[in-house]
Design a protein around this ligand. Structure first.
Ligand code: AMP
Length: 581
């Protein structure tokens, strides 16, 4: 058996080791999973701590713990830990040695060779220090590879042709963007820019500030003991992660501190909407860096063929959304963004070992699934704005939630439609199911309904809608959500061809088949109610037109004329939209 070469992502916050064999990448697990926090410490007995144990210790004994040593690589400094002084190479070597040990345990034999990744902007001195760290750990560093190159390999290895990809890497403490040129098997970083003081830790900090503000304004608590603070920081990060998948996160910490001698429990909620406002300026900063990187290479956004997401913080939906808006394409993040660089390093290692490699395959949904809501399509008011919940190329299984609001006072039901497709107007997508949630509590309009889409590896799509206030819930399960469209798409394609040949086609839009009357009626009533409320504030002409349209809506509803109803509703919506803005 030839000697294996492992791939190592030696990160600022976390590190991983991976092995590529027989077409598969394995991220090698240590005692607490595949991710080793890049922390090193000495405990009170003088014992060495690496990874999670050191990270936990950092909270209480920062003076005996080192984190983010990567930032010091290449510098001539000494770090005091316990009774000894260490160079940055030595601290990094401790992390590398732990990864080497994990790999040996997994492999059942010595592991002596590695490919290690570094940021594209690392200087010669920093690269050399990384090499030395490997050697101190007992590893022959076969190659130092740029992190964006490794990420690109994961997606592009074995694919022939020419491509320009942008690697957007947002980790815990750093942000890097690189433009990578791929020509068959040659991958080259052509531009790189970043901010090594921006990352997910800043997002956590914003939530921490939000919690502190809540404690001070709602409960007049301003003195926070250090231990409570550490718990708040952890809770903030946990809430942030929940908000990547759900519209709300509960922050609950029992007995977080004592207030006037009485135990105080922290109980609050943060919405994704509020969170996104807190972090919006950070995302703007990353986009500015993206444009600088492009400018450096004389490229425009349209010259980029693909965007690859790397780093744990790219799970933040706002990151993906802003990139999609900016570039007009969905960024790719099928490969776990925390593990992508290590996986790429292992591919490079396998190539250096003489093996054939190909892009890593991950189980993803090839389709986007979502629902519809009242909103805007290209600036125009619409009842059928498509709201994607699970996007194409998301690894499965996956579960995503989104919040929707009731539109009128006393609304007793909402109809949830389930679509597959990418079009902005939900009606242009394929409707694959719908259900009614009735018996809503008669709250004022703006009642929160949480829709959750869960897709499993067998292609079962489970959709539920829950009234947040009462917990009232309804759901449907759709079998073969992944394969049925092949048939639907085939049918659509077949119909298209038939039409081209002038043959008659049986239209089978599910919306038409099942009759959208129920949903339209609810929407029409909501619209009429809203319009009536605005009559007083409208000028004479608008008021007259609105009254006419309200009558026409009533008539269309009575006569069951769907198409006419939609037209008149659109006219009325336009006036309302105009008056509101
Ligand atoms: P990395 O340095 O690539 O390991 O990324 C670590 C950062 O990713 C930390 O700030 C984490 O809090 C953040 N992170 C991990 N999972 C998520 C998630 N689901 N949503 C948002 N941020 C996350």
């Amino acid at each position: 058996m030839s000697e294996i070469i492992v791939g190592i992502d030696l990160g600022t916050t976390n590190s991983e080791v991976a092995l590529y064999r027989d077409g598969n990448v394995t991220i090698i697990e240590g005692e607490s999973g595949p991710v080793l926090p890049s922390y090193v410490g000495i405990d009170s007995n003088g014992e060495l701590l690496v990874g999670d144990a050191a990270r936990n210790q950092y909270v209480v004994y920062p003076e005996r713990t080192v984190k983010s040593i990567k930032r010091m690589m290449g510098e001539d400094v000494r770090i005091t830990l316990g009774a000894e002084n260490y160079s940055p190479q030595e601290i990094s070597a401790i992390i590398l040695k732990q990864l080497k040990n994990n790999a040996e345990k997994y492999h059942g034999a010595p592991v002596n060779r590695a490919v290690i990744t570094v940021p594209a902007y690392f200087s010669d001195a920093q690269r050399q220090a990384t090499r030395e760290a490997g050697e101190i750990a007992g590893l022959e560093v076969v190659k130092i590879v740029n992190e964006p190159t490794a990420a690109a390999l994961v997606y592009e290895a074995g694919n022939h042709g020419s491509k320009r990809v942008m690697v957007y890497d947002l980790g815990g403490g750093t942000f890097d963007v690189s433009v990578v040129q791929i020509e068959d098997d040659v991958i080259e970083v052509v531009a790189s820019h970043g901010n090594n003081k921006l990352g997910g830790d800043d997002f956590d900090q914003k939530i921490v500030e939000h919690i502190l503000k809540f404690l001070s304004t709602e409960h007049q608590i301003t003195e926070i003991p250090a231990r409570s603070m550490a718990r708040i920081e952890r809770a903030a990060e946990a809430a942030k992660m929940v908000l990547s998948d759900k519209p709300f996160a509960a922050i609950e910490e029992e007995y977080i501190l004592e207030k006037e001698g009485v135990p105080f429990h922290l109980r609050m909620e943060i919405s994704r909407h509020d969170y996104e406002e807190l972090i919006a300026s950070f995302i703007d900063e990353t986009l500015e860096a993206v444009h600088i990187a492009l400018r450096d290479t004389g490229l425009a956004a349209s010259d980029i063929d693909e965007i690859l997401l790397v780093g744990g913080s790219t799970r933040t939906p706002l990151v993906r959304r802003r990139l999609a808006e900016e570039f007009g394409m969905e960024p790719r993040g099928e490969m776990d963004p925390d593990l992508c660089v290590a996986a790429g390093a292992s591919l490079q290692a396998a190539m250096l070992g003489g093996g054939e490699v190909r892009a890593v395959l991950v189980d993803v949904t090839p389709y986007t699934f979502g629902t519809s809501a009242i909103g805007e399509i290209d600036g125009e008011f619409s009842f059928d704005m498509y709201v994607p919940l699970i996007r194409k190329n998301t690894p499965i299984p996956v579960s995503k939630s989104e919040v929707f609001y009731t539109t009128h006072q006393g609304q007793e039901e909402v109809e949830v439609k389930v679509f597959q497709g990418e079009e902005k107007d939900a009606r242009d997508n394929i409707e694959i199911g719908r259900f009614l949630v009735s018996g809503l509590s008669t709250l004022p309009s703006g009642g929160e309904i949480i829709a959750t889409f869960s897709l499993d590896t067998d292609g079962m799509l489970h959709v539920s809608a829950m009234e947040k206030e009462t917990g009232l819930e309804k759901s449907i399960s759709i079998d073969n959500a992944l394969s049925r469209f092949e048939e639907d798409e085939l049918n659509q394609a077949r119909n298209k061809v038939q039409k081209l040949f002038g043959e008659s086609v049986v239209e089978n839009s599910p919306a038409e088949k099942t009759g959208a009357a129920g949903g339209m009626k609810v929407q029409a009533e909501a619209l009429v109610e809203k319009a009536k409320k605005m009559l007083d504030g409208a000028d004479d002409d608008d008021r007259e037109e609105m009254v006419d349209l309200i009558e026409e809506i009533d008539a269309a509803l009575q006569a069951g004329k769907q198409e006419l109803l939609r037209e008149v509703m659109n006219e009325l919506s336009e006036i309302i939209f105009f008056l509101e803005s």
